[in-house]
Design a binder for this molecule. Structure first.
Ligand SMILES: NC(=O)c1ccc[n+]([C@@H]2O[C@H](COP(=O)([O-])OP(=O)(O)OC[C@H]3O[C@@H](n4cnc5c(N)ncnc54)[C@H](OP(=O)(O)O)[C@@H]3O)[C@@H](O)[C@H]2O)c1
Length: 294
């Protein structure tokens, strides 16, 4: 008999994982409950398994309970689930929110229920996500030893990379992963706009951006940011940076502050590497809107 996973809040993330668990074959999907019954039915249709229900009281006991709601609903669902404390004895209850650890599951913390936080560090939006596509996804997990022992097979069976942590600063952790993913995409989007304004045809701008991102990732993975970074700031090429600033001021003055803020981070890295003499450093600080010598 397959171990059953009940799902409260089965949208993009929980729905994607449910399909992967089914595809792997070791786990089964039990009851699925969203806010509206029509949404629960839609989730079940999309997964291809499970039973749509409209209330917690219709959910049968299961070994695993996934709370896959939006972040702000997790605590409320935990409180509601706590009314079924006795039926949850020995079960694992976990959520998927990177910004929370175990605190948000506190209403269920009675010593009999195993609690965990599982953060798959990738966008889960694609209904066609396959085991192959998920393979290697970083899965950051937090919980007691027993909770992690129950959770690990759910992660490794579908090819996730198991990364247990303990007592991390969730705000800072989530801010860090958000900037890597969201800001990379937003910066690439903005850079393409500059390229189009510079006169590059759309396809050329796309090719330039994609190829540069790909080679940047290769360099980064091979030797890290500090070793692999190049460009006018680490070279100390102040006149090239002046030309950038003039061009942005003329074409996209509203973006000048963004350029300066991002470039200040590059300068911080160059400074840590010890690349720049004091005069060049101060010149860059002025160009990037920092006080020289500060
Ligand atoms: N998507 C990602 O890329 C991703 C990646 C990693 C982690 N996560 C985490 O995964 C969690 C879910 O994110 P998501 O993107 O999958 O959100 P989503 O697509 O909006 O899905 C949330 C689901 O939860 C249901 N729901 C909301 N409140 C509920 C409640 N009180 N009771 C029962 N069901 C409820 C919604 O039902 P209705 O349809 O009826 O409103 C919806 O189906 C979040 O904690 C998020 O941080 C997401």
């Amino acid at each position: 008999m397959k171990q059953q996973i009940n799902i409260i809040g089965c949208g993009r993330a929980a729905g994607s994982l449910a399909r992967l668990w089914l595809e792997h074959g070791r786990f089964g999907i039990g009851e699925v409950m969203n806010r509206s019954e029509s949404s629960s039915r839609k989730a079940v249709r999309s997964i291809g398994a499970g039973t749509a229900v409209s209330g917690l009281d219709q959910m049968k006991p299961a070994g695993f309970w996934l709370i896959g709601t939006s972040d702000d609903q997790i605590e409320g669902v935990s409180k509601a689930l706590a009314a079924r404390n006795s039926e949850l004895r020995g079960a694992l209850v976990f959520h998927l929110a990177g910004r929370f650890g175990l605190d948000v599951l506190a209403p269920l913390n009675n010593g009999d229920i195993h609690l965990a936080a599982l953060h798959p560090v990738r966008s889960l939006t694609d209904t066609a996500l396959s085991l192959e596509g998920f393979a290697g996804t970083a899965c950051v997990a937090e919980g007691s030893g027993e909770a992690l022992a129950m959770l690990q097979p759910l992660v490794t069976s579908i090819g996730g990379t198991w990364l247990p942590v303990s007592g991390i600063d969730r705000g800072l952790y989530h801010a860090s992963v958000s900037i890597i993913s969201n800001i990379t995409k937003a910066v690439a989007w903005k850079a393409q706009k500059w390229q189009q304004r510079a006169g590059l045809p759309d396809e050329t701008a796309t090719a330039v951006t994609h190829q540069l991102l790909a080679s940047t990732m290769e360099d980064l993975f091979r030797s890290g940011a500090s070793q692999s970074i190049t460009g006018p700031v680490v070279r100390g090429d102040t006149s090239t940076i002046e030309a950038h600033i003039e061009a942005i001021r003329a074409a996209h003055p509203e973006d000048l502050e963004i350029y300066r803020i991002l470039a200040r981070t590059v300068l911080e890295l160059a400074q840590e590497r010890g690349d720049l003499d004091a005069d060049t450093l101060n010149r860059f600080k002025v160009l990037f809107g920092e006080s020289a010598g500060g």
